[in-house]
Design a binder for this molecule. Structure first.
Ligand code: PGA
Length: 253
């Protein structure tokens, strides 16, 4: 069985002191969660987030990781640097990175290989834009993102990967994919992994939905058979809202 995993993606929000305040509120609210809980915080908050969550059921992640091990890459943060803070996860290929910072399937692929090679768990994001959805090419787009993004990633490496399906048009817009639409694409994505890695590995892969997932729609999304968690942006900035997502009602029975 796949253990559900719900991750907050704080994006460029929360200073160190704001990080402390939010985590101190969150820790007691999610202590009985049935799923894995992760918060992906700004680089500057990693140390403090790890310190505060020590001994709790919350793991800490970063929002990106360099492909190079070290050297002349101004502004980048290496896997070793993340690991030494105590971070366990790194988000890779978020659509905002692709949209505003020139991230491509090729750079995602390099970051992913480095991250898993170093022992980080990678949350790899894929998803179509509104124009791509309206053009009827959602499946083609996510398939290419996966095939190009996962070059050189072995079946063993795949165990350190969480895939996040995030339709770009649903991110930060308040427009969520319907549970059925999300399920359909996530199930298609699992099929792409089946052809790349075989049924057993594909069935073990955890696939999150992301895009305006919140306290009001989490139960229904989490009830879908192929959705194993969520990547939560806006709603992760409020302790009560994020806790409600993490403590979703299991409608699968
Ligand atoms: P959102 O962001 O929940 O604010 O839509 C999700 C994400 O970008 O990971």
């Amino acid at each position: 069985m796949r253990k559900p995993i719900i991750a907050g993606n704080w994006k460029m929000n929360n200073t160190v002191s704001q990080t402390s305040a939010l985590l101190n509120q969150l820790i007691p609210l999610v202590k009985d969660a049935a799923c894995e809980v992760v918060v992906c915080v700004p680089f500057t908050s990693l140390f403090e987030a790890v310190r505060l969550t020590k001994g709790t059921n919350i793991a800490v992640g970063a929002q990106n990781v360099a492909w190079a091990e070290k050297g002349a890459f101004t502004g980048e943060i290496s896997a070793d640097m993340l690991i030494e803070t105590g971070a366990k996860y790194a988000v890779i290929g978020h659509s905002e990175r692709r949209q505003y910072f020139g991230e491509t399937d090729e750079s995602v692929n390099k970051r992913l290989n480095t991250a898993v090679g170093k022992g980080l768990k990678a949350i790899v994001c894929v998803g179509e834009t509104l124009a791509e959805r309206e053009g009827g090419i959602t499946e083609k787009v996510v398939k290419a993102q996966i095939e190009n993004g996962f070059k050189g990633v072995s079946a063993a490496d795949l165990q350190s990967v969480i895939l996040a399906y995030e339709p770009v048009w649903a991110i930060g817009t308040g427009k969520t994919a319907t549970p059925q639409d999300a399920q359909n694409t996530v199930s298609y994505i699992r099929g792409v992994f089946t052809s790349l890695y075989g049924t057993q590995n594909a069935n073990a892969l955890r696939i999150q939905y992301g895009g305006s997932m919140n306290a009001a729609n989490a139960d229904e999304l989490m009830a879908q058979p192929d959705i194993d968690g969520g990547l939560i942006g806006g709603a992760s900035l409020n302790a009560a809202d994020f806790a409600r997502v993490v403590m979703y009602k299991n409608l699968r029975g």
